[in-house]
Design a protein around this ligand. Structure first.
Ligand SMILES: NC(=O)c1ccc[n+]([C@@H]2O[C@H](COP(=O)([O-])OP(=O)(O)OC[C@H]3O[C@@H](n4cnc5c(N)ncnc54)[C@H](OP(=O)(O)O)[C@@H]3O)[C@@H](O)[C@H]2O)c1
Length: 232
């Protein structure tokens, strides 16, 4: 793929490194210095680009997305914090026959873990002797609690547990890697499901997979829709 990176920060640079290893070409890079108010995204600067990967800031993402879609470049959006504008973007993509995939968490492993947690909850909810619980651990500098991923897991468990869905317990200590545990406990035994993130590379790998999957499609997708189409 010929990729444009929009937002050349921590994630943009990691995607660049990983893309090179996978034989993709980073044909354009856009950051604050060459893309104020999306002005760097032009037919000339995007000529020959197959897909754009956008990891910038909540304030700049929507303008960037608008310009990429208007120029018929499929776009992968990793930036978070703009989802109140999702409906507007959805109709803009529809009007322009564009293609967009977004996710607050592009880690393939975490998305599979979400599915496993939802399926496990659906099974255990049928057995009242098992109590469900949800714990997440992060380093002490993480500001939000519970984590966004714990909220996603709780919402998925709610489909089966309703009002009995457990509240996530949050541990903030030292430099523990981001860890999410879903458990089911009875008098006889305990079942534990654990996801531990080792680094941010998983997000970059997932964004590249999403880029491969969005090319040739039309419309707006959340990453799991494309991922599970691939896995099913
Ligand atoms: N979906 C996921 O899986 C996932 C994973 C990790 C992070 N994220 C999200 O992705 C976003 C980026 O994260 P990050 O860690 O890479 O942040 P970062 O290191 O701060 O990178 C953001 C980059 O965007 C640049 N930027 C500012 N205005 C721009 C513009 N108009 N056009 C293009 N680039 C512009 C910034 O430049 P300056 O610094 O010079 O302003 C910076 O280099 C955040 O919203 C974060 O929450 C999502």
């Amino acid at each position: 793929m010929k990729i444009a990176i929009v937002g050349y920060g921590k994630m943009g640079r990691m995607i660049e490194r990983l893309a090179a290893r996978r034989g993709h070409e980073i044909a354009a890079r856009f950051d604050i210095d060459n893309n104020i108010d999306g002005a760097g995204l032009t037919p000339e600067s995007l000529s020959g680009i197959d897909v754009a990967i956008e990891f910038s800031t909540p304030d700049t993402a929507v303008v960037n997305i608008g310009r990429l879609v208007a120029l018929h470049v499929p776009v992968v959006v990793g930036t978070t914090g703009w989802y109140t504008r999702l409906d507007e973007i959805r109709s803009f993509v529809g009007q322009h026959n564009g293609a967009l995939v977004y996710s607050a968490n592009f880690s393939v492993g975490m998305n599979i873990f979400f599915k496993i947690a939802r399926d496990a909850a659906a099974i255990f909810a049928r057995y009242s002797e098992y109590d469900p619980f949800l714990i997440e651990y992060h380093h002490k500098l993480k500001k939000d609690a519970p984590s966004g991923s714990a909220l996603v897991i709780a919402n998925l468990m709610r489909e089966s547990y309703g009002d009995k869905t457990p509240e996530a317990v949050s541990i903030r200590a030292g430099s523990v890697p981001g860890t999410h545990e879903v458990g089911f406990d009875s008098e006889a035994d305990t079942i534990m499901l654990t996801h531990t993130a080792r680094n941010r590379e998983g997000f970059a790998a997932g964004a590249l997979l999403a880029a491969e999957l969005i090319i040739g499609k039309g419309g707006v997708y959340e990453f799991p829709e494309l991922l599970f189409e691939l896995l099913d």
